[in-house]
Design a protein around this ligand. Sequence first.
Ligand code: MD3
Ligand code: FE
Length: 217
Amino acid sequence: MSRSSDTLPLFELPAVQTLAPQALLLRHYALPYERAILTAIDSVLALAPLRHMRTPRGQPLSAAMSNCGALGWISDAQGYRYSPVDPQTGDAWPGLPEPLLQLARTAADAAGFAAFEPDVCLINRYAVGASMGLHIDRDERDKAAPIVSVSLGLPANFLFGGARRSDAVQRVALQHGDVVVWGGASRLYYHGVARVGTGSHALTGPYRFNLTFRKAA
Ligand code: MD3
Ligand code: FE
């Protein structure tokens, strides 16, 4: 059967890309669940609104954040840490919605990390122009558990370095529905997000959302 080159691309990015040993990009993995995920995010944000946390030095973070799960990541004058309560309301963080939990477990499993049980989902919302500087996620007790990230809405260039701040950085375009599982050595690599470019997404408007599922306790 002949294949029409008007309608089909000659090359497609492979569905699974290895960014580093044990760092797997699952392209569009979350697409079938996009509406369920965004509905779950809305339900969380109704109880724990997005806010710009401040660094210990008092600078507001560029991305607005919230959390769901038994713990949530927070930053204030006291430092970076996980807290069982939302400091803004004094209440426990909203529970991790089942569709999000299932997505995180399934993606981790597909990347070779069986029995991933996250207790945190950090929600980052980037407006156009927002970014995240190079950093390492080191506030979690269990560094052997992977981190699962889900990108939604506007695309962004993800910056992925190495174990040292001076290591070369690769740029990876993360698109709506992309899931990345970060395990092994890559779990402790420097990473960040370049400024989000102008645009509007059909489901999220002028925003990029990123969910990171973590095992913090
Ligand atoms: C690689 N978020 O919340 S997700 C963060 O797009 C964070 O919002 C970015 O970095 C974002 O801490 C990047 C991809 C990601 C998340 C955690 C990682 C990559 C990672 C931890 C270790 C190595
Ligand atoms: Fe990070």
